[in-house]
Design a protein around this ligand. Structure first.
Ligand code: SAH
Length: 241
């Protein structure tokens, strides 16, 4: 049995578990989707897999769902961080949505020297990641972190995490992701519209854990590069393999 509507909730899910709804969730289910008592919803919380639930109580401002049965186990994405320099609002939203769909475990906006935007709305971006997980059938929602400076992120880089550095200066070169041990923690880095500065490129290329790659013979926009890089990594080392 499957339900069409999928909803992310911050509440434990399990056999016979009741799940109270927030005002917004009640509005969405009963006001927008016109669900009534007995109606079915698929729930996930990032921990307990997906559960089929039925509406037990419905009102304008709230309601209660009751878990019926587990319909999917929890499926965690590979341990992949996705670092990108935020660009214009709509394209940044797109990048977060796509990174969540493509299976990034953590989405990290970073400020580089040529990053155009100095602020992001972390809460809005997190909401986009939730929506993407709801619509793509995922059982996990990647965390979207606050904007951090790239140099600071590199200063405290964790031991053992590899970095796929997508460098537009390698456009047309044959540098691709070389085979490495599966199951290692990784990260992908995509630059802003202005690309990386020489200083950044110098530092990044010299890092022992960095793997410089080309995304083919054309310069891609940052949002296109994001999807291409995630596909390349998933194909070589991730859960497409
Ligand atoms: N303004 C820059 C391009 C930036 S493209 C220039 O004209 O050189 C935005 C980001 O997408 C880059 O920083 C890089 O991370 C990625 N990117 C785009 N095309 C790429 C390619 N062919 N190879 C590697 N990375 C690429």
């Amino acid at each position: 049995m499957s339900a069409k509507i999928r909803l992310y909730v911050e509440h434990p899910l399990g056999q016979g578990q009741s799940v109270p709804l927030t005002r917004d969730q009640a509005h969405y289910l009963f006001g927008v989707m016109r669900l009534a008592v007995g109606g079915q919803v698929a729930l996930f919380n990032g921990q307990d897999g997906e559960w089929l639930a039925e509406v037990a109580e419905a009102s304008k401002r709230g309601g209660v769902l009751m878990c019926v049965e587990q319909t999917k186990p929890l499926q965690l994405p590979p341990d992949l961080w996705f670092l990108f320099a935020p660009i214009k609002k709509a394209r940044t939203d797109f990048i977060v949505e796509k990174a969540a769909e493509m299976g990034a475990a953590r989405i990290m906006p970073v400020q580089t020297e040529f990053t155009n935007s100095e602020r992001i709305r972390q809460d809005r971006l997190q909401a986009h990641a939730v929506e993407a997980a709801e619509q793509c059938g995922g059982t996990y929602v990647p965390e979207v972190t606050e904007l951090q400076r790239l140099d600071r992120v590199l200063d405290s880089w964790p031991d053992g995490r590899q970095l796929m550095f997508c460098d537009e200066a390698e456009v047309g070169s044959a540098l691709r992701l070389a085979a490495s041990d599966p199951g290692q923690p990784w990260a992908i880095l995509i630059g802003p519209e202005g690309g990386f500065s020489d200083r950044e490129r110098g530092r990044l290329s010299a890092l022992p854990y960095a793997h410089v790659v080309s995304l083919g013979p054309r310069i891609l926009r940052a949002d296109t590069a994001a999807v291409a890089a995630l596909a390349m990594w998933q194909q070589a080392l991730g859960d497409w393999a």
